[in-house]
Design a protein around this ligand. Sequence first.
Ligand SMILES: Nc1ncnc2c1ncn2[C@@H]1O[C@H](COP(=O)(O)OP(=O)(O)OP(=O)(O)O)[C@@H](O)[C@H]1O
Length: 460
Amino acid sequence: MASSRKKPSPDALAGRLADWLRRRLPDSAGAHGQPLRLCVALSGGLDSIVLLDLLQCVVTDFPVHLCAVHVHHGLQAQADEWVAFVREVCAARSIALQIEYARIGEAPSGIEAAARAARYEAFCRQPADVILLAHHRNDQAETVLHHALRGNGLAGLAAMPAERALQPGLQLWRPLLDESRSTLLAWAQQRRLAWVEDPSNTDQRYTRNLLRQRILPELEHHFPATGRALARLAQHAAEANGLLAELARDDLRLAVTEGWLAPQALMHVSSARQRNALRYWLREEGWQADAAVFESLWVSVQSLDYESDLAVSVAGYCVRAYRGRLCVTPAELRSGAPALLDMPQADVCQFAPGWSLGVRWDWRPGGIAPCWLAPGTSLRVRRPGDQLRVRGMRREFKQLCQQAGIPSWLRDCLPVLECDGQLLAIAGVAVDDAVSARELAGWWPEIVPVWLSGKEKPPV
Ligand SMILES: Nc1ncnc2c1ncn2[C@@H]1O[C@H](COP(=O)(O)OP(=O)(O)OP(=O)(O)O)[C@@H](O)[C@H]1O
């Protein structure tokens, strides 16, 4: 097929960006009615320099405050020069610039992914309402192709959304996602902009660069609309993905209770819908695995029964089973809770005399919060021989946990409350008869409800 490309028009670009912003800005009031704080993620490369320049041209029409952030990853010899370059660019334009020095930690999933994670962490620290990235249509096409070649599902094919929430109060926008790289280049040339080149962008050991430099140009040579077509595919996939999420939420409505998924409750729908619901639920719970791990989990889930034991950990999260239901927990249950339980109660701040800071305990991720313990009480984990007297009967720790439906894998890190060496309660399970009604009316209400139901106010 012969290529008869239209020359990109740089002038129309500013108009399209202004329209893009106009469609979002009426609804996007900044905090406390202040101008919306737009922060450009400025690498110093062609794309983000063009984005900054374009925004500076068009934002005069909008109630926004423009600033920039550059992340120094410390991975390339030129990193300091790039900092100097972006400083110069921003100073010349009177744009406030934040330089963030990222520390790239362990990189089990590759240095690029680790750098990206560090970058996004830095973005989250910015005093901004919106972070703007300069990804364009060629980046989108690359991402789609990359995911397709790795056999990723629809979520992968949906590639990068034009906007999404990064964290509460902070949006991520990609206003140039429909623009081609050549349009950006034409703009940069017309405006005589300078930018830096990242030498790692030409390193074909990275599959992304190989796609960008060899495969996509070859495809475009034969199919000139490749970029557009792949970007359109991403839009279709994003829409289909949204529908699948809706279906999953619908299917999960009756199958999930307090964080537990009962796969049995999904049996009335097709196997494809069950898999869709399971995949969606796992992702929402933080457990994300590649296709092979998901498939092996799916096999276990299909044969799950009351007695089944299951523990599949991926990147810090673990899917576990108990009595035929599933839940996702932190992978390391034992290391987290006892560390908190060991917290020396003497050195915690004291708001009210005699009360000390303890932990409100919830085994679900992020569920540990401070609470207040009465004088003489302390928290620990179970010990052999632990018993409580409940409704006149002595009961073993294990028995009480079984009755309360506490999975065996949770019992070793379940906090127990004792006072002067006497066991008084097991978190969320049972309270000893010794805790009388009189005491409940006195100091206990301040502890038991705090501890077992999560009321967080210290007594005053
Ligand atoms: N060091 C940096 N500091 C600030 N922003 C950056 C930096 N590197 C990249 N960005 C922003 O991210 C955009 C995409 O950059 P790039 O294509 O290099 O990253 P990527 O690893 O492909 O990102 P993604 O994985 O999100 O596609 C840039 O246009 C720029 O807006």
